[in-house]
Design a protein around this ligand. Structure first.
Ligand code: NAP
Length: 266
């Protein structure tokens, strides 16, 4: 099969490119095709004629979206619709009511609605708290801070599911092969607060740093974050896809990060 991945240069996209085996995969960054341009999108799709399209491209700066609303909608909603504009012959599918709390969330929810209208049989995958080697993410920030401090304060009043890009890339590949339709929630299994996640990272790295819990009001940011964003795994289980625990994924991430750092130095 031929697969075209938009957003191949991003955190998830890099893992998709590394993990996707046995198919003819083309990865595109914004320099190859700006998804805000219907012409650029049509041109690359016509060139590659994919059987599957994975859209991992987005404007993901949640706080930046608050002050750049037009850009958020241009990339996350209009861009997504440009990729799935109804002019291709890929069948996909529908789902669920939403209550976005930020401009980022609004732009993503608007995209979901429009893409479902165009492709009732599409597969929309929602995920959360994505981390991996090759881009900005919570563990990378925490480990960099932990290398220079004796104490860290991390918020303990937001609960969610961390998701390792490698496991997500593998799950996406399985979902494509199984012809998944509808909305699917895919995260590593289990849930935690950012404080739990940070504590696990520091402990597993063997760092001598004191991690203390704090509250979100100590770290006010432009975009509101939900206190509870745990996604149910039942939609993923329906397809027989099981993702490892976030703790186990954290161990593999740390090993991958270490290898990547060693390669950079060497
Ligand atoms: N990170 C998270 O915690 C998280 C949580 C839930 C859901 N998600 C979703 O998961 C998906 C992947 O996120 P990620 O964290 O891997 O994103 P990321 O690391 O920020 O990468 C974003 C990707 O989008 C591409 N892109 C941005 N603007 C574009 C444009 N106008 N035209 C074409 N490509 C463009 C970038 O290309 P260039 O680098 O070449 O410019 C890059 O490849 C997104 O849909 C995101 O909303 C992420």
């Amino acid at each position: 099969m031929r697969v075209t991945i938009f957003g191949a240069t991003g955190l998830l996209g890099q893992a998709l490119m590394d993990e996707w085996r046995d198919d003819e995969v083309t990865g595109l960054g914004s320099a190859d095709a700006d998804i805000r341009s219907p012409e650029q999108v049509s041109t690359v799709i016509a060139r590659h004629c994919p059987d599957w399209i994975v859209l991992a491209a987005a404007y993901t700066d949640v706080d930046g979206c608050e002050s750049h609303r037009d850009l958020a909608f241009a990339v996350n909603c209009d861009g997504a619709v440009n990729v799935f504009d109804g002019k291709h012959d890929q069948p996909y599918e529908v789902d669920a009511p939403l209550a976005p709390q930020s401009v980022y969330g609004e732009s993503k929810a608007a995209a979901e609605k429009q893409i479902r209208d165009i492709y009732p049989d599409c597969c929309i995958l929602r995920t959360s708290w994505v981390f991996g080697v090759g881009g900005k993410c919570f563990p990378d920030t925490i480990l960099k801070l932990a290398a220079t401090r004796k104490e860290l304060e991390i918020v303990n009043d937001q609960r969610g599911c961390p998701t390792y890009t490698v496991d997500l890339a593998r799950a996406i590949q399985q979902l494509c092969r199984k012809g998944a339709t509808g909305t699917v929630h895919a995260t590593n299994s289990g849930d935690c607060t950012w404080f739990d996640f940070g504590s696990e990272l520091v402990k597993a790295s063997g760092l001598d740093v004191q991690v203390r819990p704090t509250t979100s009001d100590r770290f006010v940011r432009p975009a509101k974050r939900p206190a509870y964003s745990v996604l149910s795994s039942s939609s993923l289980c329906q397809y027989g896809v099981v993702m490892p625990s976030w703790q186990e994924a954290t161990q593999r991430y740390l090993a991958e990060r270490e290898r990547a750092t060693r390669n950079q130095v060497g």
